[in-house]
Design a protein around this ligand. Sequence first.
Ligand code: NAP
Length: 499
Amino acid sequence: MNPNLTLTRNNLIRQQSFVDGQWVDAADGRRMAVIDPATGATIGEVPDSGADDARAAVDAAQRAFESYRHTVARERAALLKRWHGLIMANQEDLARLISREQGKPLMESRTEVAYGASYVEWFAEEAKRGGGDVIPEQHPGHRMLVVKQPVGVVAAITPWNFPLAMLARKIAPALAAGCAVVCKPAEDTPLTALAMAALLEEAGAPAGLVNILTSSRERAAPLGDAWLADPRVRKISFTGSTPVGKHLARHSADTLKRLSLELGGNAPFIVFEDADLVAAVDGLMVAKFRNAGQTCICPNRVYVQQSVYATFIEMLAARVGALTIGPAGGSAEIGPLINLRAIEKAEAHLADAVAHGARLVVGGARHACPDAPDGHFFTPTVVADVDARMRMSHEETFGPVVPVTPFATEDEVVALANDTPYGLAAYFYSRDIDRVWQVAESIEAGMVAVNDGVLSTEVAPFGGIKESGYGREGSQYGLDEYLNIKYIRHGNLPVRKQA
Ligand code: NAP
């Protein structure tokens, strides 16, 4: 146990992978460090799993699936309810783990635990509703039914920015549907995933039903490739970057796996001149600065209509300049970025924008935090007069940087908003009802927030279009991602004579 990291329940700090109901090391014994991004300190050490471990996990999952697929919905719902109860009972410990390995403020981590748990509760309920259909017969003496069956073993691959919620959003529907899971969390955030596995074990999940393998970035590809090549893995559910999503799509073609891909975004945030500017600034602060700007649905491009442009920037800069920065344990609103590469990306985007004529309004530099001098902190930043030539207009900055661009007309801004291969989230503020419907329907995105900075909830379908991927998580549509439809036709039945 690492003395740097203590919880109320220290048995939630697991430093081995979870396979076939056992806590295990990598077959070749390789291990990797877990780093606190606020201090650079090592807070744990976990297995660095490879291809052999990946295959062993599928062996276990396939065995578990053969029996779990026959459980009744009520039983699967009960397992998920127990897991939900344990997650919420350990909310504080889980939040502390998230904050230590991921860096977000403790308040945000508590919210993430509740948000992730809400998917587990939702799919506990949905498990009981995954029924099929009876199709009206076309000929006498026939019956036609549609039943839904679990797809099989699911490989779930998750990113570091929401280490608990992204995992819950995949494992919960898979278990509700009757599938078994092999899972690889991101290199930066393995401890939260392992704690979730410990709680599933405590909830009574059968051995092998959920298997969690930790691995380094270097070994992610060989581990993932072993799952891609394995015909027993029938589905991949992935949240992460678009290039890795495309790799998974290409290489799962040989075994034609089903895919759910929640990929990168480049969300526009549009402020029309008829908007409530105070509400728009509030919404932007919430949408942009959660997790220090490291969310896939963060506004990455802000477009403000010319007549309110100067006022809006002034209002926004005052709020952004007042944000507090620091390690997760205190009252700071902005934590560290996940690693040095993230800081360097924000700096490169900013330097490119300024070199092409953008104007730095506030922030724009690394932040030296007295409490955590080795942390990866970046000052919340507003940069004005950004245009389409600049890198930050096309690529996710994934940091606390707000680029603002003026626009003249509705047609112009809709074209700008859609001028991206991505299509995950979009936000706009307007009080003109005609405009609201016109813009909401014209924007190319899987999710659109009108006069609101918050989108995500377990009851609504989360997902993108274009190169932001396909498939939906949460909502009444989420369970079908893990179910196959089977049509059963029964003929030669007795025909009842008409009276
Ligand atoms: P990433 O590099 O694509 O990594 C995501 C996961 O894939 C990690 O577990 C990673 O492992 C693993 N991975 C990387 N290469 C792999 C390979 N060849 N085979 C199998 N697994 C592989 O993404 P990230 O930088 O961690 O996360 C940020 C991205 O995720 C952003 O683009 C963000 O927009 C997106 N995101 C999207 C959503 C959504 O719902 N649409 C939600 C959150 C984040 P390692 O960590 O070990 O490399």
